[in-house]
Ligand binder design. Structure first.
Ligand code: FAD
Ligand code: ZN
Length: 483
């Protein structure tokens, strides 16, 4: 599919461009190709876009003025946060007729209410800045993910980001209490409530979370904070299969309760890639194991006896033959080294040639069957393909990535992306799963959404889009295509 229908939109005129520049002032825009270049290509280099103007408004009023001007002129806008998204949602189309609006100058923490355990942060705050501000106030903001040094909290809201502690704290839908946003006609939605209970009708905040910039521009949010963890115990265990990992997961939850904060899975091939390509890494176990689990348990009060419980869990599991070997980090340095093994998998995979990536979820109990079925099918399709399936097994979310067969032609392998993806996604749907567990739909999966979503659900999504954005100017051609 190409870009959205050009006749529905106007091309930006010199008058509109001038009015937009006036609305944001000198510091608030650029049309210098060198400034704009990093904003016109996505994280994975799959999409290269164009624009006549990049806006960087500093206040919600400036955002509203920009959107109103574009709405009146019927010129589309693409909101952009840290541009770390993995589905091409934040990059304008190649035709260049869209205005790019970056939130980076809206980066103030407006309020931190320690008693209410909330923080009101503007959309352009970097995730790491939000985490630090919470820590400085002896509070904890639990969203944590590989891109946290550059992604923005607005982008996290817009994509309903999850990360490594979803198991315990939930994803952004569960971490946001209120939102301020500019709607597609330029009006400001003032939903910055910090209430934990509010049953007064449809929830606009939840509509905006995960809407990938297609229903409005999020300018601020009220975030939930928690008591900081004071104990963290990280274990790395070898298991024979995904089923064994799930059995260990069940036992961990039975014995450690909601102290289990993360439960990640990676296969041996992923560890081999990391050890081969990431400097400073080493195998923490004596002998190779077919799969590995990284389990983290945290406590918010000291002397919780959590360390003993974790050791006991692993010892029993080893006695029962469920775990082949295991180690528990002796301190923060060792814990970071274990996390590095898991978090470096995508980087290590780059060194092994082309990869075709999937971000899927299925009900947790169905994961082993999914892995078997999907592996069998992709191997039949592309003999020699190397399946690197790793991820947040505690959330039923696997990054079912395929590395090209050794010595294969990279481009020839990547040319099979759609064919392989359809096969994997069909398997996901057979198991009542999702084709996008955490990265969103964006541009990459919009056709797959049309192909696989329940027609009624798709119809309702399109109705919501038309109701909020009747002229289809807010990030058109992303997430939900007009019917
Ligand atoms: P962008 O990439 O700039 O934008 C993403 C989408 O949101 C686009 O459609 C854009 O138009 C829209 N958007 C951005 N800001 C706004 C706004 N203020 N208002 C309205 N729309 C907006 N995700 C997980 O869930 N779990 C993970 O473990 C995880 N790990 C990751 C690791 C790495 C190394 C990377 C690169 C990404 C990872 N992600 C993960 C994806 C991550 O959630 C997103 O990249 C991030 O949340 C997007 O934030 P951003 O500010 O970069 O948004
Ligand atoms: Zn992930």
């Amino acid at each position: 599919m190409s870009a959205p229908p050009p006749d529905a939109h106007a091309t930006p005129t010199p008058e509109l461009l001038q009015a937009l520049k006036d609305a944001v002032g000198e510091k608030g825009w650029s049309d210098d190709p060198r400034d704009m270049a990093p904003h016109l290509v996505d994280q994975r280099g799959l999409y290269h876009g164009a624009t006549a103007l990049m806006l960087r408004p500093a206040t919600v009023e400036e955002v509203a003025d920009c959107v109103r001007l574009c709405a009146e002129a019927r010129v589309p806008i693409v909101p952009q946060g840290g541009n770390t998204g993995l589905v091409g949602g934040a990059v304008p189309f190649e035709h260049g007729g869209e205005i790019l609006l970056c939130l980076s100058r809206m980066n103030r923490i407006r309020e931190l209410d320690a008693v209410n355990h909330t923080m009101t942060a503007e959309a352009g705050c970097i995730l790491e800045t939000v985490q630090t501000a919470a820590r400085d106030a002896e509070r904890y903001f639990p969203l944590s993910l590989g891109a946290q040094g550059s992604c923005q909290i607005g982008g996290n809201m817009a994509t309903n980001a999850g990360g490594c502690a979803v198991l315990r704290y939930g994803h952004m839908r569960e971490l946001v209490l209120g939102i301020e946003a500019v709607l597609p006609d330029g009006r400001i939605y003032k939903g910055l409530k910090s209430l934990r209970k509010d049953n007064s009708g449809y929830d606009l905040n939840q509509l905006l979370i995960g809407s990938e910039g297609t229903l409005g521009i999020i300018t601020a949010g009220v975030l939930k904070l928690f008591p900081p963890p004071v104990e963290r115990h990280t274990a790395f265990a070898g298991v024979a299969s995904p089923q064994a990992a799930l059995d260990l997961f069940s036992r961990a939850r039975e014995t450690l309760g909601d102290a289990v904060t993360a439960f990640e899975l990676m296969p041996r091939i992923a560890l081999d890639f990391v050890l081969a390509h990431i400097p400073g890494t080493r195998d923490p176990l004596a002998a190779p194991q077919p799969f590995y689990v990284l389990c983290e348990a945290t406590a918010t009060r000291r002397d919780s006896a959590l360390a003993d419980a974790l050791h006991a869990l692993l010892e029993t599991a080893m006695d029962d033959g469920l775990v082949g070997d295991a180690t528990v980090a002796a301190g923060e340095t060792q814990a970071s080294a274990l996390w590095k093994l898991r978090e470096s998998v995508p980087e290590a995979q780059k060194h092994e040639g082309g990869s075709i990536k999937h971000d899927i979820s299925v009900p947790i109990a169905a994961l082993p069957a999914f892995m078997d079925r999907a592996c069998e099918r992709v191997t039949a399709l592309i003999p020699g393909v190397r399946v690197v399936a790793f991820g947040h097994v505690g959330d039923g979310n696997i990054h079912f990535n395929l590395s090209q067969p050794k010595d294969a032609e990279r481009e020839a392998f990547l040319a099979r992306w759609d064919e392989a993806s359809r096969m994997v996604h069909d398997t996901v749907v057979e198991m009542n799963g999702s084709i996008s567990a955490e990265h969103g739909i964006g541009r990459l999966k919009r056709e797959e959404l049309v192909r696989l979503a329940d027609p009624l659900e798709l119809e309702q999504m399109r109705a919501i889009k038309r109701a909020l954005d009747p002229h289809n100017i807010m990030n058109p051609g992303k997430l939900v295509l007009p019917g």
